[in-house]
Design a protein around this ligand. Sequence first.
Ligand code: BGC
Length: 374
Amino acid sequence: MLHNSSSDSVGGKVLLKRTLQLMSLILLVVPALTACHAQPTGGAVCKIAFLLPETKTARYETQDLPNFRRRLTELGFTEKNLIYNNANQDAATQQQQAEAALTNGATVMVLDPVDSNAAAKIADLAKSKNVPVISYDRLINGSDGVSYYISFDNELVGNLQGEALLAALQKLGQTNVPTVVMINGSPTDNNASLFKRGAHAVLDGRVNIAKEYDTPDWSPDKAQQEMEQALTALNNQVDGVYAANDGTAGGAIAAMKAAGLNPLPPVTGQDAELAAIQRILAHEQYMTIYKAIRPEAEVAAELAFDLCQGRSPAVTRFNSRVNNTKIEVPAILLKPIGVTRDNIKNTVVADQFWSIEQICTADFEAACAAADLQ
Ligand code: BGC
């Protein structure tokens, strides 16, 4: 009995050990198999859809697209398997472009949404087809179909713009509370609300925000009309302008020039567009925000390529998690940098974002020399 029971217990132990081994094997293998099953490629051709929101802002066609494409080629991706579309700031167009990309066999989607909330429908559809979605630059809200998010610290963008505007107003040395007009970005862009929140956090209570607009489609023309309205309402008495990006800054500056304001009040911007860097040199715009789009586009290409090949990107790549009202999305948030005349050389030029030759064209030679850009 004793012997038997002891041998039973030995046998039991062996059985238990075997069962545990089998279970751990199942635990190891099953997720791997499911992961394989969830792989977008599944033996099919790996195709990446890159969907950008608009063309009025220079960055998309001149920075985001070429850098994304170049990085993919470097990684060995077949160029013809890239599906690229720009939605020209139309959410319905973007929806159609995304549907067409999925129909045409996209296995990974990199989406910069025109409308951060409406794009949930796109991400849900992609998820239903097992196609992972990378939310590019702008967050896609309200969908659990978003795998990763890559962008900048966008609230910090707003803080930096607000701080630079305050510094410029202080330099003017006036004693009254300065009157400021705020020209924000598109109300459908999640980034625009982050820029706006960041700027308000700095400006509220320190300046008088006499007029404030959300600019549909980020349109420079609409920004110009908003500024015209503000100038009329305020009798041209404006001390500073918060413009959320360089396109809207350009519109606001055009309105102020047309109204004969001289000197122009300090104006903020964002994107370090070539035209904005030149306006800064010409004393028409006070600052811009430099966001290194090259690493943003490159990292997006690397993540997309990994997913396409059935690999999960290393967790160590991510430095944040961002809530999109549905899930916590693993995110990579890059750092924005404020640029005024004083650091053009050390930022955009040093980084080869723009060369001195590109900036210092004939019209800007004198301004470049004065700013020691040669
Ligand atoms: C981007 C900006 C851009 C703006 C207008 C934002 O989501 O972050 O860089 O200027 O959209 O396209």
